[in-house]
Ligand binder design. Structure first.
Ligand SMILES: NC(=O)c1ccc[n+]([C@@H]2O[C@H](COP(=O)([O-])OP(=O)(O)OC[C@H]3O[C@@H](n4cnc5c(N)ncnc54)[C@H](OP(=O)(O)O)[C@@H]3O)[C@@H](O)[C@H]2O)c1
Length: 330
């Protein structure tokens, strides 16, 4: 199977390094697996015989690989002209119109390419359209990394809970907000001070609005509702309250009664992201940058998964998606 990688930022580069490390595992499933193209905003590199993973894993910018980098050529052109079977999409999330990822995914799926992505934007904007297109074309559309990073929520539901009705999903879906709330809980600091400290330590983006206003978590609620609960909802359907009004006094009062304030995303009849009081002993009560997903179902009753929701651990979900696509095609 031949793959192209669109987006060579933190996740794209981490993925290349991991594919290189796991080459033997991948080659056991598909001897012919190779990466034939890679692109970023500035252009792309394409070699139908395959690119060197060793070389790609050692660089930060694609032009360092070879002078054959096609400057100012778009990823769309790469998708159009390549003969790859699978596109791995890791461009920035845009929840306004899903671009550029949405355009890349529509093009690749229409061409009969499988798609594996970590990019939430296109799924928040056009989930149903993308799923229908992949079905129409008889190809795989895999997006495990878009919600809660390394946590295998879609695989869990699709593979292990096929007879269960999922009644409710709740979870901590943003590691940055959880880091801030955890720190306020353990150290009694104010929201403003904790945010500043988190920014200084590089835990938050320079603009942390997406994290602290619950926007990122609401995107994940939309994807979970559409993908798992088979709903047809949009970002505007999620009721959303962020964490910036939470005071040390509120955190302390909750603590004295055995509760912790956590930013919880909930998917049941309603869709919501809001700070909630969680008992210290509840499985949803995880600290630091960890994410957690708590499922309530008719047969299994409750299942909780905990793990890293962002960072290079996210690549675990993408590698599993790639292997699933290869196995299905085989
Ligand atoms: N970072 C995480 O921990 C994490 C976890 C889960 C999901 N995600 C999602 O995964 C995606 C990638 O995240 P990241 O952290 O790797 O972002 P990033 O470091 O900003 O990398 C984005 C990459 O996409 C490229 N790009 C931008 N516009 C493009 C276009 N039109 N065509 C081709 N390439 C384009 C950028 O190119 P230039 O370098 O030339 O600008 C860059 O190489 C995002 O959607 C993010 O939300 C990230």
């Amino acid at each position: 199977m031949k793959a192209i990688l669109v987006g060579f930022g933190f996740i794209g580069r981490s993925l290349v390094k991991t594919i290189r490390l796991k080459k033997n595992t991948l080659n056991l499933i598909d001897k012919e697996f190779k990466l034939v193209g890679v692109s970023d905003l500035d252009g792309y590199l394409y070699n139908e015989k395959g690119l060197s993973l060793e070389k790609l894993a050692s660089i930060n910018e694609i032009p360092e690989y070879s002078p054959n980098f096609l400057m100012e050529k778009s990823s769309l052109e790469l998708i159009e002209k390549c003969d790859a079977d699978i596109m791995i999409e890791t461009t920035p999330t845009n929840i306004e119109d899903g671009k550029p990822g949405l355009t890349h995914m529509e093009k690749a799926l229409s061409k009969g390419m499988h798609v594996v992505t970590s990019n939430k934007g296109p799924l928040v904007v056009e989930f149903k359209k993308l799923v229908n297109l992949s079905k129409e074309m008889g190809v795989e559309f895999k997006y495990e990394a878009t919600v809660a990073g390394a946590l295998p929520i879609f695989s869990l539901v699709n593979e292990c809970l096929q007879g269960d009705e999922i009644l409710r999903i709740s979870g901590i879906l943003n590691g940055t907000a959880n880091y801030i709330l955890s720190k306020m809980y353990f150290e009694g600091t104010s929201f403003e001070l904790t945010l500043k400290e988190a920014q200084e330590r590089g835990i938050t983006e320079s603009d942390p609005t997406y994290d602290i206003e619950g926007i990122d978590a609401a995107c994940k609620v939309v994807i979970l509702a559409n993908a798992i609960m088979k709903r047809d909802v949009r970002f505007k359907d999620v009721k959303r309250v962020g964490i910036k009004r939470i005071t040390p006094e509120a955190v302390n009062l909750a603590k004295q009664s055995g509760y912790v304030i956590k930013l919880i995303g909930t998917i049941d009849k309603n869709l919501e992201v809001a700070p909630k009081l969680i008992p210290e002993t509840h499985p949803l009560c995880v600290h630091g940058t960890l994410n957690v997903l708590h499922l309530e179902t008719d047969l299994a009753k409750v299942i909780t998964i905990i793990g890293y929701g962002a960072g290079r651990e996210t690549v675990s979900a993408m590698v599993n998606d790639i292997i699933s696509v290869i196995k299905k095609r085989n």
